[in-house]
Design a protein around this ligand. Sequence first.
Ligand SMILES: Cc1cc2nc3c(=O)[nH]c(=O)nc-3n(C[C@H](O)[C@H](O)[C@H](O)COP(=O)(O)OP(=O)(O)OC[C@H]3O[C@@H](n4cnc5c(N)ncnc54)[C@H](O)[C@@H]3O)c2cc1C
Length: 334
Amino acid sequence: MIMVYCEQRNGELLNVGPELVGKAVELSKDFDGNVTAVICGHKINHLAELLIHYGASRVIVIEHPLLEKYNVDAYTEALYQVVKSENPEILLVGATLTGRELGPKLAARLKTGLTADCTNLEIDSDSKLLLMTRPAFGGNLMATIICPDNRPQMATTRPGVFPMPQSDSQRRGEIILFTPRLSEEDIRIKVEKIIQKIRKHKDITAEKVLVAGGRGVGSKENFELLEELAELLGGGIAGSRAAVDEGWLPKDLQVGQTGKVVRPKLYIAVGISGAIQHLAGMQESEYIIAINKDPEAPIMKVADLAIVGDWKPIVRRLIQQLKQTMNIQEEKIS
Ligand SMILES: Cc1cc2nc3c(=O)[nH]c(=O)nc-3n(C[C@H](O)[C@H](O)[C@H](O)COP(=O)(O)OP(=O)(O)OC[C@H]3O[C@@H](n4cnc5c(N)ncnc54)[C@H](O)[C@@H]3O)c2cc1C
């Protein structure tokens, strides 16, 4: 059986859970077809059915007042009890901020291995082992890792790596309530206060259109032009690590291996060379436009439309034409 831990925050499912359920359904064809999703918290029963609609055959709801807020001690203990009683072959966890903490701690408790930040998961047709692929040596090669001797085989995958499966409200499955044995003494960390981070930008993984800038954009001020283009297209801005390192963009707008994985309908890469670590975060986008003065830049090879030239006049022209098409009366763009 394949088990997927599906994270919820304040009673809402994070997308990475259903994404992993979708992948698990695909992988389970090599097993018994059974995908068990696990959710953990307090008063979260309403999420169980959603996971069945996304393809889980069973959902285990771990319910306890001490699980109301995420706490690594309580969540590890609760999940440990479920995994021990269910003995899954495979356990998948979303590589979110909390998943990156919970996954390895749980793996250590279970005395098994974990491959972090996988970019692909497959089943070996002969050995039936999980093949966990992830970048290694700074992204210069892809390593496929197996866990032959210990169970479960554990992997984490970042949000957006796998597509969101179709939800089908007709799908039926089993919902099991699990009450873990937990007491205050199990919890060494006391969460006193949770402060919500106020973001200026929307989560880039949720944007349908992204205008991403790289070092070639040249300055923080120049990003205003990209913002304008993004706004006209109803999307947001993002960038390469070089742009983030320069201090032109906040880290949560970084796309790539150490940033976020995005798959918008349209990705416009402006002044981005297309290093392998950047491509890892955006090459699943539906349509890619690259604007670069170097026709040999690797981004041009993954682009559906490659525009060779200095980005500024090209972007200005695009803005101007979009405004004309949309009938927006604006100041002259110089
Ligand atoms: C372990 C590791 C993890 C990494 N993770 C990430 C990651 O998550 N995301 C990421 O993006 N990178 C990541 N990197 C860095 C990555 O290797 C590249 O260094 C980075 O992506 C380069 O950013 P860039 O394309 O903006 O800059 P550059 O490579 O410097 O490219 C700038 C591009 O702009 C073009 N250009 C310049 N001027 C103009 C102009 N006027 N008009 C049009 N085009 C112009 C140039 O031709 C060039 O192609 C990682 C590296 C390592 C080792």
